[in-house]
Design a protein around this ligand. Structure first.
Ligand code: SAM
Length: 282
C-alpha cells in the first residue's frame, strides 16, 4: 500500500468513527508509522510503499483511534509549553488552557530569588515541570494521589532534565497541604461535575482517568489548604471550569485572599482564578 492510499483509507475510517480532524490525525499516525518522519514530508512521498511492519503498526494505531482512544495516548507524547511530555492512560493529557495557568504562575515568581512552588494534582507533571523548566531557580514540590500518575510524572522528570529541582510526592490533598512557606501554590484540580461526565467526548469520558476529571470538592480543598501552605504574600493560581470562575472568585474572597482575579483562556472563557494570600494564617 502507498502512503497516499494509507492516508486516504485511514482518513475515511477515522471520519466514519466520528473523529473531528480525521485527515490531520491520519497524517500524524502515518508519520509515526513511517519511523516518525515529519508530517510535512509525507506529501513529498505519497507514492512510496509502506513495508509490512509499517502497514501493521499504522493499521493497529488507526484501529485504536477508531475506538476513540485519544491521539496523545497513541502517539505516546504531547507538547506542553517548551516540553514534550510522555502521555498515556495513567494521567490526564495536558491541555492548552493549562499553559495559561503556567503563564500566570510564572508571573508571580518572576521576582522571587529562589521561589518554592507546590503543584497540587500534578498528573503527567506538566505544570511542575514547565515551571521548573522556565524558572531555573524554582524548587517545585508536586503531589498527586494517583501512584500511576506519579510514575508517569517521574518518567517525564527524567526526560525533561530538571531533575534535582522537582520533588514528587504521593499525597491526598483532602488531608490538607500542611503548614508551609510556599511562594506559590498552583493547581489544575479535577473539576468536571459527576453529572457532566456522560456529556463529554468519548476520548475524555472513556479513556482519561476519572480521578483526574471528576470534581469532589478538590478546588475548595486546595484553596482552603493553601491558606496554611502559603507564606504571607504568596499566590494561589487555580484552573477552573469555564462556568465556575465567579464561584471560585467568591470562594477566594471569602477565604481571605486579596487581589483575586480571573484570566480567560484563548476562547474567552473563565479559566484561571488567582489570589494573593493576605495574612498567612486563618
Ligand atoms: C485535572 S488533572 C491535572 C493534571 C495536571 N496537573 C495537568 O494540568 O495536566 C487533576 C489531577 O489531580 C489528581 N487528584 C485527584 N484527586 C486528588 C486528591 N484528592 N489528592 C491529590 N491529587 C488528586 C489526579 O490524580 C490528577 O492527576
Amino acid at each position: 500500500m502507498t502512503l497516499g492510499d494509507a492516508l486516504a483509507r485511514a482518513t475515511a475510517r477515522l471520519a466514519e468513527a466520528g473523529v473531528d480532524s480525521a485527515r490531520l490525525e491520519a497524517e500524524l499516525l502515518l508519520a509515526k508509522a513511517c519511523d516518525d518522519c515529519a508530517r510535512a514530508l509525507l506529501y513529498a512521498e505519497l507514492d512510496r510503499e509502506l513495508n509490512d511492519e509499517q502497514t501493521a503498526a499504522f493499521d493497529a494505531n488507526v484501529s485504536r483511534r477508531e475506538q476513540r482512544e485519544p491521539l496523545a495516548y497513541i502517539l505516546g507524547e504531547w507538547g506542553f509549553r517548551r516540553l514534550t511530555l510522555k502521555t498515556d492512560s495513567r494521567a490526564l493529557i495536558p491541555r492548552p488552557e493549562t499553559e495559561i495557568v503556567v503563564e500566570r504562575a510564572l508571573d508571580h515568581i518572576r521576582d522571587v530569588e529562589e521561589p518554592s512552588v507546590l503543584d497540587v494534582g500534578t498528573g503527567t507533571g506538566a505544570i511542575a515541570l514547565a515551571i521548573a523548566d522556565e524558572s531555573p531557580a524554582a524548587r517545585v514540590t508536586a503531589v498527586d494521589v494517583s501512584p500511576d500518575a506519579l510514575a508517569l510524572a517521574r518518567e517525564n522528570l527524567e526526560l525533561t532534565g530538571v531533575n534535582g529541582r522537582v520533588r514528587l510526592v504521593e499525597h491526598d490533598l483532602t488531608s490538607g497541604l500542611g503548614d508551609g512557606n510556599f511562594d506559590l501554590v498552583v493547581s489544575n484540580p479535577p473539576y468536571v461535575e459527576p453529572e457532566e461526565l456522560l456529556t463529554l467526548q468519548p476520548e475524555v469520558r472513556d479513556w482519561e482517568p476519572h480521578v483526574a476529571l471528576v470534581a469532589s470538592g478538590a478546588t475548595e480543598a486546595v484553596a482552603r489548604a493553601a491558606t496554611q501552605a502559603l507564606r504571607p504574600g504568596g499566590w494561589l493560581v487555580l484552573e477552573t471550569a469555564a462556568c465556575s470562575g465567579e464561584r471560585v472568585r467568591s470562594l477566594l474572597d471569602e477565604l481571605g485572599y486579596d487581589h483575586v482575579t480571573i484570566t480567560p483562556d484563548l476562547a474567552g472563557r473563565d479559566r484561571v482564578v488567582e489570589g494573593k494570600w493576605r495574612d498567612g494564617r486563618l
